[in-house]
Design a protein around this ligand. Sequence first.
Ligand code: NAP
Length: 272
Amino acid sequence: MQGTMRHFALFGNPVGHSLSPLMINAAFGAMGIRAGYESHRVDNLELAVRMIREKPLDGVSVTLPLKGAVMAFLDEVDDDARAIGAVNTVANERGWLRGSNTDWSALSAAMQEQFPLGGRTIAVLGAGGAARAAVHAILRAGGTPIVFNRSRDRAESLARWFSCETQPLAALGTTEADVLINATPVGMHPHTEQSPVDGRHLARFEWVVETIYNPLETRLLREARAAGCGVVAGLAMFVRQGAEQIRTWTGLEPPVELMTRVVQTTLAKNRR
Ligand code: NAP
């Protein structure tokens, strides 16, 4: 390994459960880059951003609940992140902090490896950060999103922001859509017996896409498979958003297959 040591971090609260350090450090190791990536639980965001400049950190991943708030402290935010209203990646370019969002591009790539988004009508379940990334990805690719969410006011505010359609959650079972994306945490570990959608409604969708990656196969995906739908697991999005962060920080191509394997093996072990 060559060069000076480079430092990267994950900012969020909480961060203890994240598999990003494991995945990204494994990638740096395989790429021969002298770098460390650590989790920081952030209580004071302004101080944390100051640390990027002072330590200095070369790059930062940003997770819940800081993705929106961090934008105010950066020197530049790219157009996609601004359109979504969230930054999950900060690059420190000689003291100039540039924010971007790799969630939308990762989700877009994970889906478009399986099916084209253009021309499709896509039901997005949720109205938080992941749903915003999903709606942006769909619109960018020429698809039509319809937002469904538990609280109507949040669904309406997201639909206004993107000028897209929203329907009441109760209409999900009768809606005319080709694809369903789950952008809620329903079904996530440890509540793996839950699903955000009644299994009887799934056969109407050609594809069901999950953003949750723990467990690797949620109840929603299991039921979707049984109903004959194609499925895209949340792991594909998770690995791609991390891989895109590494590209942003280093300009180099990360080992996507190794990153997938590391996360898969860890999650499979934790299940026992
Ligand atoms: P968020 O901003 O907190 O939004 C959560 C959304 O889920 C809200 O719209 C909320 O509805 C809805 N929701 C929460 N609990 C619900 C329940 N019990 N029943 C129905 N709806 C419920 O969270 P987020 O950042 O968007 O994250 C959502 C999911 O995406 C998480 O599972 C996260 O792990 C996943 N994610 C994955 C990746 C990846 O790389 N694979 C990246 C980002 C996020 P209300 O508005 O009614 O509260």
